[in-house]
Design a protein around this ligand. Sequence first.
Ligand code: HEM
Length: 686
Amino acid sequence: DESIAGAQERVLHVTSQGVHSDIVRNYGGRGGLKIIGIGASDPAGSHKGVHVLLEAVVIVFARGELVFIAFVGVRSHCAVQGRREKVIHFVDKFVLWHRLPVLLGLAYLGIRRHLHQRYNLLHVGEVKNGQKYDTQEYAYRTADGTCNHPDDDLIGSQGTLFGRNMLPGTLDYGMLEPHPSVVASKLLERKEFKDAGKQFNMIACSWIQFMIHDWIDHLEDTQQVELRVPDGYSGGCPLKSFKFFKSKKFKTDSSTGFLNTRTPWWDGSVIYGNNEKGMRRVRTFKDGKLKISEDGLLEHDEKGIPISGDVRNCWSGFSLLQALFVKEHNAVCDMLQEQYSDLDDEQLYRRARLVTSAVLAKIHTIDWTVQLLNTDTLLAGMRINWYGFLGKKLKDLFGHICGPLFSGLVGLRKPRDHGVPYSLTEEFVSVYRMHSLLPDEIVIRNIKEPTVAEDKCPPILEKVPIRELLGKEGERQLSKIGMEQMLVSMGHQSCGAVELWNYPTWIRNLIAHDIDGEDRPDPVDMAAMEVYRDRERGVARYNEFRINSLMAPISKWEDLTDDKEVIEALREVYGDDVWKLDLIVGLHAEKKIKGFAISETAFFIFLLMASRRLEADRFFTTNYNSETYTEKGLEWVNRTETLKDVIDRHFPEMTKKWMRCSSAFSVWNSMPDPTNYIPLYLRPAT
Ligand code: HEM
């Protein structure tokens, strides 16, 4: 049949939704049967609003002999299938899930996450095959992220491929359609700084860059591309033309993919490095500790580059968080040494790394994310991810006694990857394109001033353009400003809002770093480059992305936003073709849920991937125990709930004196969260 023939040709580089993980689940995917590719979709169908997906399955024996071709059939993507799909479609059609009372909202998110685990985890393949190994022998986080998955030493290590949450985009738009520089100038570039209000401060902005540098970075090719502003268009582009390296493509058995130069596990590689060499650079090899300067900031090499796990595209705010968590690591070492005097340097280092990485993951889960998605339902949801529905008190008393729902993902008996080997994904990278969080300047506050205002807000000392805080120059500035002053200043400053026309102009003319933290010779326009990157990596454009995320597509600009000026600008760039809309633009334009600092479309990818980072990791599941972490190590993690706890540990006076709000990620002089006497799970609709 014609459609199968077409499909066969294409199956070599696509994997499918759902069917793929079902097959991997049922057949192991790594035994005698090998899947070389599945699926072909029909975008023309989607164009007509029919959303048809044709799927063909091709399975061969590992030796290469073709044994089985199954035509799975034609199905409508938006068609209601199982009972769970029905519930989600019903809620999406008739109610807004975020307006439901907390318990119902949680049920909706639980079902949705289940569906995403089934349909939105696709394995792209490997560049090298891993092996079985002795998990007992590797009861610690290795330098390059190997030996975490219980059966395969390579999964999740440095240099493995990004996975996907959905098929690559199938619409036939060209790489320059519309031109990335035009998209950047007309829709992204900041007109006037819009802040994120009291909800999210500059520590929160730096925090997410800190996490990104723990998880993901694409390997570049040696070949360059040049983007030239189209003839006759000036549009205020700061660079009329610029060159950058392509993303390097790898061919696997079933597909093509891109390689992650960082370890995708939540393993603190941002301070520990991504391989043996990186790890050796940061360790003192004495008492398990990491290198740190007398003034509490990072040490530097002879070229002025900070000594830390990841130094690429660093700036003062980012390097400050690295220094804070090096301090945390070293404090854990001190505690462990006091409690367990027989532990040597290596044993102390390994355990302190486990503890510090868990502290990072916990702060991100139950403090940072809760500020980012500031609703009761998400507060409950994130705490359930860590502690389970029964909550901290019961988990402290009885341990992980029930399944993931009641006792949380952390401490599960076995890691869970839903039949798809762990990796972070192309789509995950794309939804984290949030450079609009960056302001134009950092407001430095005078913390030496003796008079303290009632709202604990220190007076302004100076405003430093953020450009001057980048790279080596930023390190020099930071050492003048000092760690405490910088932390308090960032705490008091709101970061940028993730909205259109808020992409910093200064980053459209940026000297980016190479992987060693050295300046590149020529500047790049980040806004245009980000539009190009998503297209280059085959990430679906906004509307297709929504369909593949089990969301309703938009059919007109008014479905995306109420802002007339934005609609006019969208029409100018994309005409009336909503399918052409670039993902980054759609995510920035989307009407936000009350309390959310990001779009709902981005959130559904987080819902899936944030849980996955915990549940797929052996050190947050099987090995989250006192044997691996030590009893006191686990206690340390358990006693640390927020970033404020870490700050208080290292600067005992700081938050008492300068912070009024409840979380260190919201603007420090804002009011603390009001007491709510209604138990969290019983709170009504908002
Ligand atoms: C001063 C601060 C920052 C600088 C100078 C900076 C610079 C860069 C540069 C040069 C790239 C590589 C672009 C490319 O070649 O495709 C990049 C990638 C990226 N940045 Fe930033 N960035 C900063 C802060 C942030 C923040 C706050 C976020 C927030 C989430 C962020 C998220 C990302 C993501 C998701 C990528 C893509 C990574 C990949 O392609 O694997 N960055 N950034």
